[in-house]
Structure formats: structure tokens, C-alpha cells
Design a protein around this ligand. Structure first.
Ligand SMILES: C[S@@+](CC[C@H](N)C(=O)[O-])C[C@H]1O[C@@H](n2cnc3c(N)ncnc32)[C@H](O)[C@@H]1O
Length: 197
């Protein structure tokens, strides 16, 4: 029988590979540029924070919002290790009531929407605080074996004030005993005119 670490390492490797591909898709779809101001909601201590901060810094900002101060403490340490302390700004707050500051170019939320009881209402609330044209980048686990067209049907709902612009799907194999294929859907949406709220 394989030891727990012999099982855990292939699983961890599969996740590293899949998440790495999803981050590449996030950076491509997000088209983050030097000087952009990004608010990452449900940021935790994920490497999505560092990947985006690396693109926007040192003139830009990555405001990392999460309810968990311990995760944000880990993120602060990671940012220091990667010389991104001047770019990454952790904020302990509930994303359901948080209002992004003026000047934000992008909102992002990686694997966070499914934690929220009412994602459509929360994404509406985010839209009230940003100008039309602001981008929203989302990463979510998709239904197993899905492609872009059908994957979106199973995702956490987003308020229609956010217009879908582009999406891509990353699929990667998982070792036993997990389901053989995991899917991550990466979406870019743009805030429509507030007249539609
Ligand atoms: C699955 S983790 C994702 C972390 C990171 N984005 C990543 O991809 O690694 C979800 C995060 O959402 C945070 N979270 C859940 N509900 C929240 C809320 N209402 N307000 C703020 N953060 C919340 C949790 O604390 C957790 O860090």
C-alpha cells in the first residue's frame, strides 16, 4: 500500500501543474500592465497574488482582501520574500461588504465565489464601487470534464452588470483515487454602464 506521502506528492504535483496553467491563463486574460491597481478578493495567501503583483509592480498595487488575518500574514511574508512588499497591500475585511478604493483597474477573485452565500448579489455590490469598464477576473473550479461552453453553466453566478468578455478552460489529470480530470474556468468580465443596475 502506498504511504500517505507517496499519494500526497502526485496529487500536489497535479495541482501545482493545473494551478500554474490557470495562472498563466489569468495573466493572459487579465492583460495586467505596469501601474495597474488590482483588488484581489478572497485573496488568501495564494500565488495568484504574487503573479499579479509581479505584473503591476512596482508602480502598481495589489490590494489583497480576505477575512482571514492568518492567511494575510502568510501572504505578507511571501511578498517580502519575493521583494513585492511595496506592491502587495493585505486588507482584512469581509468581501461581501468591502468597497474597492477609487482608481482600481481590475477586480480579481480566485476560488472565492463558491465560499459566498449570494455571489450574484456580492458581485453587484462590487460593481457599485468601480467605474464602468473595470475588469473582473474570476477563477473557479468547473464541472468535471467540461469545456468552455458547458462549463460556465455550473459556475457560481455573477450579476449581469458584469458582461462576459472572454473565458478559457484548463483541464488536468488527477491521480487515483481522485476523479480523473479536474477543470478550472478562467473568466474575464467588464463592468457595464451603471444605468443597467
Ligand atoms: C479557496 S481560498 C482561495 C485563496 C486564493 N485566492 C487562492 O486561489 O489560493 C478562499 C478564501 O476566501 C476567503 N473568504 C471566504 N469568504 C470570505 C468573505 N466573506 N470575506 C473575505 N474572505 C473570504 C477565505 O478566508 C479563503 O482565504
Amino acid at each position: 500500500m502506498p504511504t500517505p506521502s507517496a499519494v500526497a506528492e502526485p496529487v500536489a504535483e497535479a495541482y501545482r501543474h493545473g494551478i500554474g496553467q490557470a495562472l498563466n491563463a489569468l495573466l493572459r486574460l487579465g492583460a495586467f500592465a505596469a501601474g495597474d491597481h488590482v483588488v484581489n478578493l478572497c485573496a488568501g495567501a495564494g500565488i495568484d497574488n504574487l503573479a499579479i503583483a509581479g505584473r503591476v509592480g512596482p508602480a502598481g498595487r495589489l490590494i489583497a482582501v480576505d477575512a482571514d488575518p492568518v492567511a494575510l500574514g502568510r501572504l505578507r511574508e511571501l511578498a517580502a520574500k519575493h521583494r513585492l512588499s511595496g506592491v502587495v497591500q493585505p486588507v482584512t475585511a469581509d468581501v461581501t461588504t468591502y468597497r474597492p478604493p477609487p482608481g482600481v483597474t481590475h477586480l480579481a477573485c480566485a476560488f472565492g465565489l463558491h465560499h459566498l452565500i449570494a455571489p450574484a448579489a456580492v458581485t453587484r455590490q462590487w460593481a457599485t464601487a468601480v467605474p464602468a469598464g473595470t475588469s473582473l477576473l474570476l477563477l473557479d473550479w468547473g464541472p468535471r470534464g467540461a469545456t468552455v461552453g458547458d462549463a460556465c453553466a455550473g459556475l457560481p453566478p455573477v450579476h449581469p452588470i458584469w458582461q462576459p468578455v472572454a473565458a478559457s478552460t484548463v483541464r488536468f489529470g488527477m491521480p487515483e483515487p481522485y476523479p480523473p480530470v479536474a477543470t478550472i474556468v478562467i473568466r474575464r468580465l467588464t463592468c457595464r454602464s451603471k444605468k443597467e443596475l
